[in-house]
Design a protein around this ligand. Structure first.
Ligand SMILES: [Zn+2]
Length: 169
């Protein structure tokens, strides 16, 4: 399911992505068989020889460029439409341990340069209204993998909080 629904009570588009519930979750401390998909040698990264920052498509994207069409039911409370967009992951370092603040300054600059080039590329697409770069931390907020990474969501709408800031409403 890749759809956005408009909630008229709060005047917001909401992304509905049921399939994300089945994404791999961070392993328990004792589990050793888990292969991190962001570590060198992982299938997603096998095509790369040497890297320090890499941008990958999100394997469990909430938005995709060509979603299946969404049927609007006649008496539905919500207006629905396709969740058309792009979700990417920025793997910040080959090292499984650490954090953004443990990178060298040069390396951290390369992470920000990756953000910059992706924002420029994604914001030029005609179906994209807003590009969000964000970095969550901790399982409480839903971070499923501990390997240092950020996310980029190219959205088909401007999030309400951002609209408030733009128009000061
Ligand atoms: Zn890793």
């Amino acid at each position: 399911m890749h759809e956005v629904r408009f909630n008229p009570l709060i005047n917001q588009w909401i992304i509905v992505a049921k399939h994300r519930a089945v994404r791999p979750w961070r392993p328990e401390e004792k589990q050793t068989s888990f292969q991190c998909p962001f570590c060198p040698g992982a299938p997603e990264l096998k095509h790369l020889d040497k890297w320090d920052v890499v941008v990958l498509p999100n394997k469990y994207p909430a938005l995709i460029p060509n979603p299946p069409s969404v049927e609007q039911e006649e008496f539905s409370l919500y207006t629905k439409r396709e969740a058309r967009g792009i979700a990417e992951v920025v793997v910040e370092t080959p090292s499984h341990e650490g954090d953004l603040y443990t990178l060298s300054l040069d390396h951290a600059v390369r992470v920000v340069e990756a953000y910059r080039s992706e924002v420029l590329k994604l914001s030029s697409l005609d179906f994209i209204e807003y590009v969000a770069v964000f970095r969550n931390k901790g399982k409480e907020i839903g971070v499923s993998l501990t390997h240092p990474h950020s996310q980029i969501y190219a959205l088909p709408f401007i999030p309400p909080r951002i609209k408030q800031e733009i128009y000061r409403i």
